[in-house]
Design a protein around this ligand. Structure first.
Ligand code: MTE
Length: 670
């Protein structure tokens, strides 16, 4: 395990050319060096980093084209975000007979809560039953952080021998739960005069807080989000830093959000340096199918499933991107104190379905209970599981059996009744639970088919569900079936594609940002439920605007959280939603390795909200052009609230503005 968290001088592939001459020590200018932290803060790693292997291979084979190249270096910073679920962390622990404990926990991971409690109390896992009926929003914050509250409640209940209920008030929750990982990324990018990027080196510092939590996975997730463009030669050094902050944890699209944003910041930097339209630089660096396979070797899938190019083109047309970009230029020429910007951002996000259990049981009266590993956290998992059950049992009634919807109940997660429930996260729990349900239903259908045939022969006509079940009960058919769905090798990871265009207006005097319009196209495969998926896409996009523009989960130098209430921390409101918001679920037909051809949708669209941030940057650039006082190349960190927008436009200090207007020398004479 590495305990030094800061990079030594890494060797990068320079854009000057191949061979030894092209390799040199990377010595960033003084201010670019990652700052040395005070002792006891950012000085210990969790042992993750220094390349992930495959990219080192890429350095050897790519980035060897001839032509004029330029190298740019910069730093980008992204802050933290709090989950702000409606229901804060809570648990009710009830001691039971024979040294056992029943715990109702608001968690995305009942199985892990069970094991942590059992180990804390020193009793077998089988003595702890964790029940999760549903969760009042989790967004990743109840994946690994709910254990603390549930275990504390269980310990008290164990010691006192009586039920204990525990819940966090909002302020305590905001202080304890940690939120998204802040990062600092230092990059050196080499590119040609046409905007083609040939080499990229990154040094990334991830603030993990006081304990590892899921932070060791962050480098992989960040790089996965960043690899959406073909960088040519790519090398990186990522350090997961132990700090004096509360432990950071999973939050909707962890890592992908940060990595994808860093990618956009680099593209915009290159475009400005070359005075090119950022959109054309984006497209120039899109993956071909071959480079996609090289950057995502296990997940790229078949060439026909790589839909990003067509999505991007479609979106540019449906959103009238080019026409609007022209109108924005005119608007900006005619308005001094208000500026507009527009930006179109692509999305590639890798997901990895996990194994999941499912059980379907039919009771003697024909009512059905379904149990699955996934937890309902507001993402519509139960709705999809119900639909899947009806779809699968419908094989017995080719004309459909929607009437079964009213006879069905999805049960709460229960760690002793259905084991190996796993973690609800990563946007694939709904489809995994559906896949397990489908397998369990198929077993039932296999058992019920002979009974059906027998009844059909006897009656010579149709058979009702009640008659079928009554006969199956008489015939001693096992009416409960279980399955444990394990994704095959080809289903173990896959890529999701989408794109978003956003247009914003900023008020230079106040820094206010107005989201005028956003258009999203997202490839859902064959959506399991387009209504649910559309809401997920829209919801995650708005949560993303919160992250990129407004929300900052701030910590002071002592590591104490200062954004600990709704007075100081503002989540998106109705004003944050773009005035015109068009989200489209793209139905891309048959995908043989997906669950009924569907694709994930819970997290990816959050990443597309970076289009709003990029549009704000465009608008600020127009303001800087207007006053001719500041450089057009600049970094805009995340979040970018109104105070920062005003500052970046150079209008936060009146004196500064007057200096430009009348000339600094005359002002000094006065
Ligand atoms: N939607 C609501 N309403 N509430 C939530 O907590 N969590 C998101 C997303 N959508 C969340 C949500 C996160 S972080 C994930 S990973 C996915 O739902 C989980 O959905 P899945 O069942 O498809 O994996």
């Amino acid at each position: 395990m590495t305990m030094s968290s800061f990079p030594e001088e890494p060797t990068i592939v320079d854009a000057n050319g191949p061979g030894e001459q092209g390799r040199r020590r990377y010595n960033p200018p003084e201010e670019e060096h990652p700052p040395t932290p005070p002792a006891g803060t950012e000085n210990q790693g969790f042992g993750v980093g220094v390349g992930l292997g495959e990219e080192e291979g890429l350095c050897k084979v790519l980035g060897r084209e001839r032509g004029r190249r330029t190298v740019l270096r910069e730093r980008v910073k992204l802050a933290s975000q709090y989950h702000f679920y409606m229901e804060t962390q809570t648990a009710l622990a009830i001691p039971d007979e024979d040294n056992t404990m029943v715990v109702y926990s608001s968690t995305q991971y009942p199985e892990a809560v069970q094991s942590v409690i059992a180990r804390c109390l020193g009793i077998p896992f089988s003595n702890v039953l964790v029940i999760t009926r549903r969760v009042g929003g989790g967004f990743g914050g109840k994946s690994f952080r709910s254990h603390t509250v549930a275990t504390a409640a269980a310990l008290c209940a164990f010691k006192l021998g009586r039920p204990v209920r525990m819940y966090l008030n909002r302020s305590t929750d905001m202080i304890m739960i940690g939120g998204r990982h802040p990062i600092k990324a230092y990059y050196s990018v080499g590119f040609k005069s046409d905007g083609r990027i040939t080499a990229l080196h990154l040094d990334i510092l991830i603030n993990a807080g006081i304990s590892p939590d899921m932070s060791p996975l962050m480098p992989e997730y960040i790089m996965s989000g960043l690899k959406k463009y073909n960088w040519g030669a790519l090398s990186f050094d990522i350090k997961v830093c132990k700090t004096n902050n509360t432990s950071k944890s999973a939050m909707r699209a962890p890592g992908d959000t940060q990595g994808s944003f860093v990618a956009e910041a680099i593209i915009e930097h290159v475009a400005t340096a070359l005075s090119l339209d950022a959109n054309s630089v984006r497209q120039r660096n899109f993956h071909t199918y071959d480079s996609l396979v090289m950057f995502y070797p296990e997940s790229a899938g078949e060439a026909s499933t790589y839909t990003l190019h067509s999505i991007f083109d479609k979106l540019l047309t449906t959103s009238s991107y080019r026409h609007r970009a022209e109108s924005i230029k005119q608007f900006n020429n005619c308005n001094k104190w208000r500026k507009r910007g527009i930006s179109c951002v692509p999305l590639i996000l890798k997901v990895a379905p996990r194994p999941a259990p499912g059980r379907v049981s039919v009771l003697n009266d024909g009512s059905i209970v379904v149990e699955v590993g996934g937890v309902e956290i507001g993402q519509g998992l139960w709705t999809k599981v119900q639909q899947m059950t009806v779809f699968a049992l419908g094989q017995l009634w080719p004309d459909g059996c929607e009437f079964l919807l009213d006879r069905m109940r999805v049960l709460q997660a229960d760690t002793l009744n259905l084991i190996q429930g796993g973690l609800t996260a990563g946007s694939t729990s709904s489809e995994s639970s559906c896949a397990a349900t489908l397998e369990a239903c198929n077993l039932l259908v296999g058992r019920l088919k002979p009974v059906m045939e027998k009844l059909k022969q006897q009656s010579g006509g149709g058979v009702s569900w009640d008659a079928l079940i009554a006969q199956a009960v008489k015939d001693n058919v096992n009416l409960s079936s279980s399955a444990y769905w394990v994704p095959g090798q080809e289903s173990s990871t896959y890529l999701n594609y989408g794109a978003g265009v956003s247009e914003v207006e900023i008020d230079l005097l106040t820094g206010t940002i107005t989201s005028l319009r956003s258009d999203i196209v997202y490839d859902c495969g064959k959506s399991l439920n387009p209504a649910v998926d559309l809401c997920q896409i829209e919801g995650s996009f708005i949560q993303g605007i919160g992250f990129f523009i407004n929300e900052e989960h701030e910590t002071n130098v002592d590591g104490l959280v200062v954004s600990d209430s709704t007075w100081v921390y503002k989540i998106p409101s109705v004003d944050t939603i773009p005035k015109q918001f068009n989200a489209e679920v793209l139905n891309t037909g048959f995908h043989k390795n997906r669950v009924l051809s569907s694709k994930a949708c819970g997290e990816p669209a959050l990443v597309l909200a970076s289009s709003v941030h990029c549009a704000v940057r465009e608008a600020i650039r127009a303001a800087r052009k207007e006053f001719g006082s500041l450089q057009l190349t600049f970094q805009l960190n995340v979040p970018a609230p109104m105070t920062l927008v005003k500052e970046m436009c150079g209008l936060d200090i009146v004196d500064k503005y007057l200096m430009w207007q009348v000339g600094s020398s005359s002002l000094k004479r006065d």
